[in-house]
Design a protein around this ligand. Structure first.
Ligand SMILES: [Zn+2]
Length: 488
């Protein structure tokens, strides 16, 4: 079947065919006047899963995401906080990248800031003026919307409808209310760069055109962003880019739905949001990932604690199942690969893909199978779930170990005591390792196996029961015992 993606531009699901060997993807990044909320993070998690799937399909991928670090909102923050705009921007960029790392969102290959590409922006604006698509007035430069025949094609709007909604701000010098700013003259006290039109700074839309073309070429494969960016931002990006180069700009436009709060879009401007750093205090990253991926990316998600708690319960089921299987060799023939591929190829249908994982887990609980476990691990990895360890009840296990040691009778078996001493010594040497927890459980499991060989079933059963009381289940397969920590 091959990968199919819904392209906002055509309004259809299309076969995905990249232009070249490397799939080039541009994602509109944050305006970094404040820290990101969970709605922002969704857009980048969508890109993350898309990239992971493309890599699984064998594509090489090049990703670019900008930071709008100079803009009205940041200038406002500078005045408000009496701190330099660059410091404010870099602080919020750091917070955002930290959240990406925590959420296991693969970093983009490039994170250019608008302020680092003023030269390319000026060059593109100049080109647009030369070609008659833009004009300078009072130090501002505007794009002449009516000069671009295809304006409105992405957002399915026509010029006449737009005219009635367009308004002129008194401080602007537009010829036509439809026109938008490519370059803004600096007001006193504002940051500025020198340009052929005087001191000023770029408008918002032009930076995405200039930077994407600079890093990815004039035509690239996929452009992603939240659905709120379709109009006017992406419509304007297309107008500027196509007018400037005479070539197609992005070939596939992917837009993700909002995260809503009481049905409304989460937005910094209305104070209607949950910061990702706060959500991360209450929920593990994998739970947030599961919560977001339970909905196909084009649909909206209503933010609620109840749904996050549902995701938490579902995640604990995954976690409990896979614990103990972390070090399985990677499978080359996962079960249900055809179904999983069909789901992901169908415009990245993550809810269906997750459904397949949960089906496998259900089977895995019914029947111990390394194939099932390896398949589950394989798919979790594709969807970007990082391996995270369940709670490790170290103190409880140490308590069991001490109880068992106290019950070993020296007169009963010198062999067993020697083994116990051995194990105890081993324990001392592993104390500082990351593997401390599994190792102490394994010490107990080895001890139990020895006890069973010595036919001391009473103490062997004592170990099993005490561990079970501490939430650790033992599974025996012949001489080999494994364990699993039950999720709390
Ligand atoms: Zn953009």
């Amino acid at each position: 079947m091959g990968l199919k993606l819904f392209n906002t531009f055509s309004g259809k699901v299309e076969d995905f065919k990249p232009l070249g060997e490397v799939v080039r993807i541009y994602s509109c990044g944050l305006t970094v006047q404040s820290a990101p909320h969970i709605g922002h993070m969704r857009a980048y998690m969508v890109r993350d899963v898309l990239v992971r799937w493309l890599v699984h399909l064998g594509y090489k991928v090049k990703t670019l995401e900008n930071f709008t670090d100079i803009d009205d909102k940041i200038i406002e923050k500078q005045k408000e906080q009496k701190r330099d705009w660059r410091i404010i921007a870099e602080e919020n960029i750091a917070k955002y990248l930290d959240a990406c790392d925590k959420l296991n969102i693969k970093r983009a290959d490039f994170y250019p800031r608008a302020s680092q590409h003023i030269e390319e922006i000026i060059e593109l604006v100049n080109k647009l003026i030369e070609k008659g698509f833009a004009y300078e007035k009072g130090g501002d430069v505007y794009f002449k919307v009516r000069s671009f025949g295809n304006y409105g094609k992405l957002s399915k709007k026509n010029i006449d409808d737009l005219v009635s909604g367009a308004r002129c701000v008194p401080t602007e010098h537009k010829d036509d209310p439809l026109d938008f700013a490519l370059w803004k003259a600096a007001k006193s006290g504002e940051p500025y760069w020198d340009s052929p039109w005087g001191k000023g700074r770029p408008g918002w839309h032009i930076e995405c055109s200039a930077m994407s073309m600079h890093y990815l070429g004039e035509t690239f494969d996929i452009h992603t962003g939240g659905e709120d960016l379709i109009f006017p931002h992406h419509e304007n990006e297309i107008a500027q880019s196509v007018a400037g180069t005479g070539k197609e700009f992005a070939r596939y436009w992917l837009h993700n739905g909002w995260v809503t709060l009481s049905g409304e879009k989460m937005a910094k401007s209305t104070g209607h949001y949950f910061l990702i750093e706060d959500v991360l205090k209450d929920y593990r990253p994998n739970i947030i990932r599961l919560y977001l991926l339970k909905t196909q990316y084009r649909h909206q998600i209503e933010f609620s604690r109840e749904r996050l708690n549902e995701a938490k319960a579902a995640y604990l089921r995954i976690q409990t199942y896979i614990h103990g299987f972390e070090n399985l060799p990677e499978t080359t023939e996962p079960l249900k690969l055809k179904e999983f591929t069909e789901a992901m190829d169908d415009d990245i249908n993550t809810p269906m893909a997750l459904g397949i994982i949960f089906d496998l887990i259900k089977q895995g609980y019914e029947k111990e199978s390394l194939d099932i476990a390896a398949s589950v691990m394989f798919y979790l990895n594709i969807l970007g779930f990082a391996q995270d360890k369940p709670e490790q009840p170290i103190d409880e296990v140490m308590e069991v170990l001490r109880e068992v040691k106290a019950q070993l009778k020296p007169e009963k078996s010198t062999l067993l005591n020697a083994a116990a001493q051995d194990l105890w010594n081993q324990l001392e040497s592993i104390k500082s390792s990351n593997e401390f927890f599994p190792n102490i459980v394994n010490v107990l499991l080895n001890m139990r196996n020895r006890l069973r060989k010595e036919k001391d079933y009473k103490l062997a059963d004592f170990i099993r029961e005490r561990l079970a009381q501490k939430g650790i289940q033992i599974f025996d397969k012949g001489d080999v015992s494994t364990f699993r920590v039950e999720a709390k």
